[in-house]
Design a protein around this ligand. Structure first.
Ligand SMILES: *[C@@H]1O[C@H](CO)[C@@H](O)[C@H](O)[C@H]1NC(C)=O
Ligand SMILES: *[C@@H]1O[C@H](CO)[C@@H](O)[C@H](O)[C@H]1NC(C)=O
Ligand SMILES: *[C@@H]1O[C@H](CO)[C@@H](O)[C@H](O)[C@H]1NC(C)=O
Length: 324
């Protein structure tokens, strides 16, 4: 595009300013039109660490979707970081805790949520259970984003997903804001550094088909909630507690960006409700009202860029200049 404009300038000499501008806007409009086709807008995930400790987010793309620019990074307490993902991305993210690099071997590992890559970047490796997972399929059926928070692989830290600027779908806030380390049933508890650091799923703890929804329990009608899945469900009603928990755990939204907050603080926090959907600000978690965190650096509605509006403006401008 640039070379072509330059070449045109050389051939037509100094009097071709308008012509160049028309060409520029034509190609610019075409470019914007192409990137605005359904399913082609990229989304931004903003990770916020409201934990009193460092979290190392991990990101894993599903097979067939490209990896984002980073698959793992450090997030200090109070820090936030934005990661853009390609259009129609699908995959999962989670938080790793108590990570360190071994001084002798140089290998990086985490007490919970480790991906086994031995580096801060997970590079295609997923979380080793137990870990609280955020799952996304962007621009799926009907152009909707599908998302959920899952405790099917257990729990390691509280987190919340807040869509911003969505235009259709239920666009609900979802997640698991409770600290389940302490209340976790004894037989599911994971200890590290002398503390309860995570809570296993019953499937992981007992390797039983009945809990894993496998073998003769591999259908929604044969795999029922257990007392363990009910423990997760009562603490975190919007999160997946077992494999067939779809009805109350999957949410949709379109053209949104998403804020993923680790350790969302209960009401009384210094952060205030911003321009989140009214429903988000009003959401009440078991035991305490939750005040939405304020994400840094997002636009007024927080949705994906209104590309169509830019196209219209560019076309009008190009036509106007052409006519002049
Ligand atoms: C570092 O790795 C070595 C070799 O695997 C191991 O013996 C040692 O305990 C590790 N150090 C720490 C602090 O975990
Ligand atoms: C839960 O685990 C995190 C780190 O994984 C820890 O900081 C926190 O204190 C634990 N909570 C309880 C109640 O032990
Ligand atoms: C959200 O909307 C989708 C359809 O757009 C629906 O399948 C799903 O059940 C809804 N989830 C909830 C919890 O309302």
């Amino acid at each position: 595009m640039y070379q072509r404009g330059g070449g045109g300038g050389q051939h037509h000499g100094n009097g071709s300013g308008n012509c160049l501008i028309v060409f520029f806007f034509f190609f610019f409009s075409l470019f914007l039109f192409l990137i605005s086709l359904p399913g082609s807008e990229s989304a931004t995930f903003t990770f916020v660490n409201d934990c009193g400790y460092t979290v190392w987010p991990g990101i894993l793309s599903n097979a067939g979707t490209p990896q984002p620019s980073t698959t793992g990074f450090i997030l200090l307490p109070g820090q936030s970081a934005a990661v853009s993902v390609p259009p129609s991305w699908s995959g999962r993210m989670w938080g790793r805790t108590s990570c360190m690099q071994n001084a002798t071997t140089g290998l990086f590992s985490c007490l919970t949520g480790d991906c086994g890559a031995s580096t801060v970047e997970c590079s295609g490796a997923g979380a080793i259970p137990p870990a609280t997972l955020v799952e996304f399929t962007l621009n799926g059926a009907d152009g909707l984003d599908f998302y959920d928070v899952s405790l099917v692989d257990g729990y390691n830290l509280p987190l919340l997903v807040v869509p911003r600027g969505g235009t259709s779908g239920n666009c609900s806030v979802t997640g698991c804001a409770a600290d389940l380390n302490a209340s976790c049933p004894k037989e599911l508890q994971v200890e590290g550094n002398g503390k309860h650091v995570a809570c296993k799923s019953a499937c992981d703890a007992f390797r039983d088909a009945q809990y894993c929804c496998s073998g003769s329990f591999s259908t929604p009608s044969s795999c029922k909630p257990s007392k363990y899945s009910e423990f997760f469900k009562s603490a975190c009603p919007k999160a997946y507690s077992y494999a067939y928990d779809d009805g109350t755990s999957t949410f949709t939204c379109s053209s949104a960006n998403y804020v993923i907050t680790f350790c969302p603080s209960p009401s009384g926090s210094t952060r205030v409700a911003g321009d989140y959907p009214a429903e988000a600000a009003a959401v009440t978690w078991p035991g305490n009202a939750y005040t939405m965190p304020q994400a840094s650096g997002a636009g007024s509605d927080g949705g994906r860029p209104p590309v169509a509006a830019y196209v219209a403006a560019a076309v009008v401008l190009a036509v106007g200049i052409g006519a002049a």
